[in-house]
Design a protein around this ligand. Structure first.
Ligand code: ZN
Length: 367
């Protein structure tokens, strides 16, 4: 018993698979008893949100949430992604290691996920009381205890504004470099939050993913690209922080300058081989990474590159390279129009198949 499904990629390749259980299989090896009407649609392995926080629902939640609230949020935020075709999430940390329980939530009811635990910052280096407070000279020891337990990622806050001083780097280049080495030895990756000038140290230290990164330099992009590093600009987030600070405040002006740099840097990042990824980061609702893809397009990526940033890039970057092929998880999202021609298409999936199941609410495509 299997379901026939035609895959047509935005690049125009086309092939046929069958779904048996939660896997794609070779259609010649199974009895086909039904078909999903996808031959006129365009398929991606799933949309992917590379900077989400499933324990939280809006930016004010970094003021602090109870454990009960974080635990309660995960099923709802997870499902908001799945039903809109976001089938892979990189959760970039939380106030505590409770974020890791996402990995124990029913796989049918959540996206595939890689999850950072409590984000790491020194005293004064982030929202008070949020995340693990780790002094600069304790960073190595701290990540040594955390990296192996983590869901694939360690998240470090690279810089944060201090009253009267503007943004200050939280950890030195040497401290970051040592932490990266320890985390990599444990088989995990490092993401660094930087809204200011820790970006260059983070890149030089060998971190895997730059979160936000409005002040990445051209040299940073070249180094990051040379080792296939990732950049998650989170444009919607930076635009909303600018609004919150007031565009004419000193912080607001800094964000305007940073966003202008993002506009210059996105095409350079592509040329340098940086893996650009789309992330919602609570600025836009869970499940709407399509909106961030539109921002990436508005800031200079082609529709094709912005589509890839919100889907295939994240799959490839995390080693999920076998998708939409026999033996891979039977997950895919289908669109009426080709998103490579029209990025807005990503907002309205025609059909979502997650681990072999047609997701209710996506259009019934049975024939
Ligand atoms: Zn974030």
């Amino acid at each position: 018993m299997a379901t026939l499904v035609t895959i047509r990629t935005p690049a125009g390749e086309r092939w046929v698979l069958a779904i048996a259980g939660d896997r794609f299989v070779d259609p010649d090896t199974v009895d086909i008893d039904r078909e999903f009407a996808t031959s006129e649609l365009w398929a991606l392995p799933g949309l992917a949100d590379a900077h989400a926080h499933l324990t939280m629902t809006n930016p004010s939640d970094i003021g602090g949430l109870s454990d009960e609230t974080m635990i309660r949020n995960i099923p709802a935020t997870s499902w908001a992604h799945v039903e809109r075709g976001v089938l892979l999430i990189l959760d970039k940390g939380a106030g505590s290691d409770l974020s890791l329980i996402t990995l124990h939530h029913d796989e049918d009811l959540r996206p595939e996920a890689e999850v950072a635990g409590a984000l790491i910052r020194p005293a004064g280096g982030y929202m008070p009381g949020f995340g693990a407070e780790v002094s600069p000279n304790e960073l190595s020891e701290h990540v040594r205890t955390k990296a192996s337990k983590a869901g694939g990622w360690v998240k470090i806050i690279g810089d944060w504004p201090r009253r009267g001083q503007g943004p200050v780097s939280n950890y030195s280049l040497e401290q970051l470099a040592e932490a990266v080495e320890i985390v990599h030895a444990a088989g995990a990756r490092v993401a660094v939050h930087t809204m200011a000038f820790a970006a260059s140290d983070a890149v030089a230290a060998g971190v895997d993913s730059i979160e936000h990164g409005p002040f990445l330099t051209q040299d940073d992009l070249v180094s990051l690209g040379a080792r296939n590093g990732a950049w998650v600009p989170t444009i919607a987030n930076m635009e909303s922080v600018r609004e919150m600070l007031g565009p004419d405040s000193s912080g607001g002006r800094m964000f305007t300058e940073g966003l202008n740099r993002v506009r210059e840097n996105l095409p350079l990042a592509e040329d340098a081989g940086v893996t650009v990824l789309a992330g919602t980061d609570l600025a836009i609702p869970h499940g709407t990474v399509s909106i961030e893809a539109e921002r990436l397009h508005a800031y200079g990526l082609t529709s094709a590159a912005a589509t890839d940033a919100a889907s295939t890039n994240a799959y490839r970057y995390t080693g999920r390279t076998d998708r939409l092929s026999a033996g891979s998880p039977a997950s895919a999202v289908f669109f009426d129009q080709n998103p490579y021609d029209r990025i807005e298409t990503l907002q309205h999936p025609a059909l979502v198949v997650h681990r072999g199941r047609l997701i209710e609410g996506s259009r019934a495509g049975l024939s």
